[in-house]
Design a protein around this ligand. Structure first.
Ligand code: ADP
Ligand code: MP5
Length: 296
């Protein structure tokens, strides 16, 4: 499933919703999600949770959107357009997280470990929710207010059908410092323990040498029972802005087409590896990963 099927002319494509922050530099956040969703043949709906003043060197300002406006965006598009999958990225602060969670529960998005079965044992048909628990930019600038981590961990992660933290986010959410394959497993167990249905612990930032001799970057997927590993060649680039968003967005697209979680993650891993190879320099800082390879 390297690429998803392109919808026939005039046919309505699968729809996905991104609930995230705007990156004025166009590298990460909603802009990265929209690029990947469009290049995947998926119609993207948007709930803007925050506006950032950001370029390739860092974030100089954050303006959270009022929680009722975030909730209103979600409700408005779901009621009319309907979505087959959703993701969250930067959600800025606890009141926004609370509004997102309340709204998603009300309209059947997500479900976490509670989504496998309904109370009578029948499979549930909630819209799958991918939670990318964004806490800071790659430059170290905060994107989540410090006292809001508990809301992210205790309210949003338990609603996630998949949570996709990088290693810094894993440390903040679980206290596990991932340095090798064993601690990557500890982290995945801890994330599932928080209530996420599936946890993907990305290995992109594992220290050199911890990847083994092949120089691969390996992500680990766990659902509390089965383990799946996804490896891709390590790409040597400093232009990796938006990598986490792009991975989560590509997985969301695959879920919107009805893929099972392990297949959706395999697709996302392959997609982001290609986007890393096509990353380009921009500005004075870190350029973005790029799905423009899809235009070849
Ligand atoms: N240099 C790299 N080469 C290959 N894959 C990478 C590299 N850096 C990150 N990745 C992969 O990209 C995806 C996103 O990485 P992650 O560290 O979660 O990004 P972010 O820090 O933007 O959240 C993961 O699948 C990870 O394994
Ligand atoms: C609005 C927004 N959302 C997410 C990120 C994380 O992306 P990165 O880790 O590449 O900085 C970001 N910088 N800005």
């Amino acid at each position: 499933m390297t690429v998803l099927p392109v919808p026939a002319p005039g046919r309505t494509p699968p729809r996905a919703l991104t609930i995230a922050g705007s990156d004025s530099g166009g590298g990460a956040g909603i802009q990265a999600d929209l690029r990947t969703m469009a290049m995947s043949g998926v119609h993207a709906c948007v709930a803007v949770a925050a506006v950032t003043m950001q370029n390739t060197t860092g974030v100089t300002g954050v303006h959270p959107v009022p929680p009722e406006i975030v909730a209103g965006q979600i409700r408005t598009v779901v009621q009319d357009i309907g979505v087959q999958a959703a993701k969250t990225g930067m959600v800025a602060e606890a009141p926004i997280i609370e509004a997102i969670v309340e709204t998603c529960i009300g309209i059947g998005i997500g479900g976490g470990r509670g989504s496998a079965e309904s109370h009578d044992g029948a499979p549930r048909c909630a819209v799958p929710l991918v939670v990318d628990p964004v806490c800071a930019s790659m430059h170290g600038d905060p994107l989540l207010k410090p006292h809001s981590l508990a809301a992210l961990r205790d309210l949003l992660v338990p609603l996630a059908d998949l949570v996709t933290p990088n290693l810094d986010e894993v440390r903040l959410l679980t206290g596990v410092d991932v340095t090798d394959g064993a601690t990557q497993r500890d982290a995945a167990r801890a994330l599932v323990g928080l209530g996420a249905r599936w946890a993907l612990v990305t290995g992109g930032h594992l220290r050199a040498g911890a990847d083994g001799p092949t120089g691969e970057s390996t992500d680990l997927l766990f659902d509390g029972r089965d383990w799946f590993e996804f490896s891709g060649p390590r790409v040597h680039t400093g232009d990796d802005h938006g990598g986490g968003d792009t991975l989560a967005a590509a997985i969301t697209c695959a879920l919107a087409t009805g893929a099972a979680m392990p297949d959706a993650v395999a697709h996302g891993k392959d997609w982001v590896t290609r986007c890393l190879r096509w990353a380009y320099p921009l500005g004075a800082g870190h350029g973005p990963v790029s799905p423009l390879w899809r235009l070849q």
